[in-house]
Design a protein around this ligand. Structure first.
Ligand code: NAP
Length: 310
C-alpha cells in the first residue's frame, strides 16, 4: 500500500520528493513526451531527483526536441536521450527497441504513457485499427522486446490507461473492427485501454518471479493536448461523468507512485488511481481482470505483432 495520505490532490512533486532515493540512478524510458502532455510533466517532476538517464520517446522529432529543450533549460545537467518511435508501426517499434537494446545497458522503468483516440476508423501501416495499434500493440511489442534486452534483469512497466476501460472490454469477435460499427471510436478506445489494464496483470503473472513489476493507472482528467481535442461537455453528458479536473502535477502523481514506490510491490499487476492501488471491481471486473482474459489478449497480441513472447 502506498502512503495513505496521498490522494487526488497529491502532486507528482510531492510523491517524487518522498521517493527521491528510488528515482536516483535509474534509467527511465517514457513514451508520449510531447509538450502539453502528461509524459513530459512526469519527466519534469522526477528530473530533480538525479535519474541516471531519461529516454524521451515520441513519434514527432520536433516535439521531442521541444520537450528536450524545456527539460534542459530547467535542469541543465539532466542526462537525456531522444527516441523517435511511431507506436502504431510495428517496424518503427522494432527499430526503436533495437536502438535502446544496443545502446543502453539497462532500462529500470518503462512508462507506456503515449496514446491517441481515433474518432474515425483508420488503420495503421500494418492494417490494424489505430487506437489498438498505438495504445496497446505498440507498447506490447516495445515492452516484450525490452524485456528480452535492456530490461532482461527485471524492472517496472507502467501502463497508463484511462477509466474508459470501465465502459467496455476487448471486442473478441472483431478486435480489428472489420465489421463492427466504429461510431466515434469509443468502443475501440475502451478496448485499447482495457488492454493496458490486462497487460499489467499479464506481465506481473508471467514475469513477476523474474523481478518485473507492472501497474496500470488512471491519471484523472487533465487538460492536455488530448483532452483539448475532445468536446468535454459532450463527453460529460454522454457518459454521465462529473468533470473533476486535475492539474498536470496532480495528474502525474500516480505515474510516480506506479513507477517508483516500493510499498506497492506486493500488489504487482494491479490498477492505480489517485496514488492508491484500487483493485478493479464491479461489472468491469468481468472483462478487465482474470487470467482467462489476459491470456487471451496475450495470444491475440502475439498474432497481431506476428511474434511469440512466451
Ligand atoms: N488527459 C486526460 O484527461 C487523460 C485521462 C485519462 C487517461 N489519459 C491517458 O494519459 C496518457 C497521456 O495522455 P495525455 O492526456 O498526456 O495526452 P497527449 O498530450 O495527447 O499525449 C499523448 C502522447 O502520445 C503520443 N502519441 C500518439 N500517437 C502516437 C504514436 N503513434 N506513436 C508515438 N507516440 C504517439 C502523442 O504524440 P503527438 O504529440 O505526436 O500526438 C503524445 O506525445 C494517455 O495514455 C491517455 O490515455 C489521459
Amino acid at each position: 500500500m502506498s502512503n495513505t495520505s496521498w490522494n487526488h490532490t497529491t502532486t507528482s512533486d510531492e510523491v517524487a520528493t518522498t521517493l527521491s532515493s528510488h528515482i536516483r540512478g535509474k534509467t527511465i524510458l517514457v513514451t508520449g513526451i510531447s509538450p502539453d502532455g502528461l509524459g513530459l510533466d512526469f519527466c519534469r517532476a522526477i528530473a530533480p531527483h538525479s535519474p541516471a538517464l531519461l529516454i524521451l520517446a515520441a513519434r514527432n522529432p520536433e516535439k521531442i526536441s521541444a520537450s528536450q529543450t524545456y527539460l534542459a533549460n530547467l535542469f541543465p545537467s539532466l542526462p537525456l536521450k531522444p527516441l523517435v518511435v511511431d507506436l502504431s508501426s510495428l517496424s518503427s517499434v522494432r527499430s526503436a527497441a533495437a536502438e535502446i537494446n544496443d545502446s543502453v545497458e539497462k532500462v529500470d522503468v518503462l512508462v507506456n504513457n503515449a496514446a491517441m483516440h481515433a474518432h474515425t476508423l483508420s488503420r495503421s501501416v500494418d492494417g490494424i485499427e489505430m487506437s489498438f495499434a498505438t495504445n496497446h500493440l505498440g507498447h506490447f511489442l516495445l515492452t516484450n522486446l525490452l524485456l528480452n534486452g535492456a530490461m532482461k534483469n527485471g524492472g517496472r512497466v507502467v501502463n497508463v490507461t484511462s477509466n474508459s476501460f470501465r465502459r467496455g472490454g476487448i471486442v473478441w469477435d472483431d478486435p480489428n473492427f472489420l465489421n463492427t460499427p466504429f461510431g466515434e471510436g469509443w468502443e475501440a478506445y475502451s478496448q485499447s485501454k482495457t488492454s493496458n489494464v490486462l497487460f499489467s496483470a499479464a506481465l506481473a503473472e508471467k514475469f513477476g518471479s523474474k523481478g518485473v513489476y507492472s501497474y496500470s493507472l488512471h491519471p484523472g482528467l487533465i487538460n492536455t493536448a488530448m483532452a483539448k481535442k475532445m468536446d468535454m461537455d459532450d463527453f460529460a453528458v454522454r457518459f454521465n461523468v462529473n468533470l473533476q479536473w486535475k492539474s498536470f502535477a496532480q495528474g502525474t502523481a500516480t505515474h510516480v507512485v506506479a513507477a517508483f514506490d516500493p510499498a506497492i510491490e506486493p500488489q504487482n499487476g494491479q490498477f492505480l488511481a489517485d496514488c492508491q492501488v484500487k483493485p478493479v471491481t464491479g461489472d468491469e471486473a468481468a472483462w478487465a481482470t482474470g487470467k482467462e482474459n489476459w491470456e487471451r489478449l496475450w495470444k491475440l497480441s502475439e498474432d497481431f505483432v506476428k511474434e511469440e513472447f512466451p
